[in-house]
Design a protein around this ligand. Structure first.
Ligand SMILES: [Zn+2]
Length: 293
């Protein structure tokens, strides 16, 4: 009982001290300080006036070296309402390269709303003194350069060092024309094995439509092969060095445009269709994602 009686007495000085700290009009605190404290809930600036720290920008996603970089591929001239189809020419630069480029240049001159381009898969052993300037002109026309090895061997018969040299020597030549160290890859004869897929540092391109233009078929047969098998996302295999291919092109470019198509390089088609290509993967087409790859 004594303890109970003592507690209020012991606490009294502290209670009194606490009471003294409560501001009153007669205290030494400035009056405006009291007012601000009491009105704090209603005198706060509106929330929108509060300085809100900007959120930290999301970190840049790491660049995946396995993904084919299309950030510098210009698709501004692609009409997104059109179906897209890729023309590819293997075994370039050969006898008809200038004629192929001339057909595309003439078409683009007359069809600025639907410029056509293609991918040239080149062999280093075919280069002569004018090849770099010719391929440089092809790039200016919107073409893309691809690697078809140096000497067109069946790659499945080669050792890793020889295979690597076949790729690297041609990349170095192509870089003189387009300034790029690496290029889309197409294997001679389409022959691949695990070693080839592991050695190639870029996507590997096969094809959808084989025109068989190197076998001596006519221009009309080349035309009909493309016409009967075409779809948006298809990749057409043709070759440099055959006059009937050039003749077929003269009909295919305008007729495909009239059918709602635009002829473009593989990287342009992949970018326009939102298709991500990866190192070592083999692609036979590049359709829109909602259709499937
Ligand atoms: Zn070839």
């Amino acid at each position: 009982m004594k303890k109970r009686c003592i507690l209020p007495i012991l606490c009294l000085p502290f209670l009194c001290a606490a009471c003294k700290s409560v501001p009153t009009p007669s205290s030494s605190e400035p009056p405006q300080a009291i007012e601000e404290e009491l009105q704090e809930p209603t005198t706060l600036p509106p929330p929108e006036h509060k300085p809100v720290p900007l959120p930290e920008p999301p970190p840049e996603p790491p660049v995946d070296p396995d993904i084919w970089d299309v950030s510098d591929v210009d698709i501004s001239a692609i009409d997104q309402s059109r179906k897209l189809i890729s023309f590819t020419f293997d075994d370039a630069p050969a006898r008809t390269i200038e004629n192929i480029l001339a057909v595309f240049a003439a078409f683009n001159e007359n069809n600025p709303d639907c410029p056509a381009s293609a991918t040239l898969f080149c062999n280093g052993c075919l280069f002569d003194s004018s090849s770099v300037s010719t391929l440089h002109a092809a790039c200016a026309l919107g073409f893309e350069l691809g690697n078809h090895t140096y000497a067109h061997f069946d790659l499945t018969t080669l050792s890793e060092p020889t295979l690597q040299a076949e790729i690297d020597k041609t990349d170095a030549l192509l870089e003189q024309a387009d300034g790029k160290p690496r290029h889309l890859f197409r294997a001679p004869y389409g022959r691949l094995n695990d070693l080839v897929r592991a050695t190639v540092q870029t996507p590997i391109l096969d094809w959808t439509i084989d025109t068989l233009d190197w076998t001596g078929v006519t221009a009309d047969e080349i035309y009909q092969t493309v016409w009967s098998q075409k779809f948006s996302g298809a990749i057409v295999l043709m070759h440099d060095g055959h006059d009937q291919t050039v003749d077929a092109l003269k009909r295919l470019l305008p007729d495909l445009k009239a059918e709602g198509y635009q002829v473009v390089s593989i990287s342009k088609m992949a970018k326009a269709h939102g298709v991500t290509m990866r190192r070592g993967n083999v692609y036979i087409r590049a359709r829109k994602k909602e259709i499937g790859n």
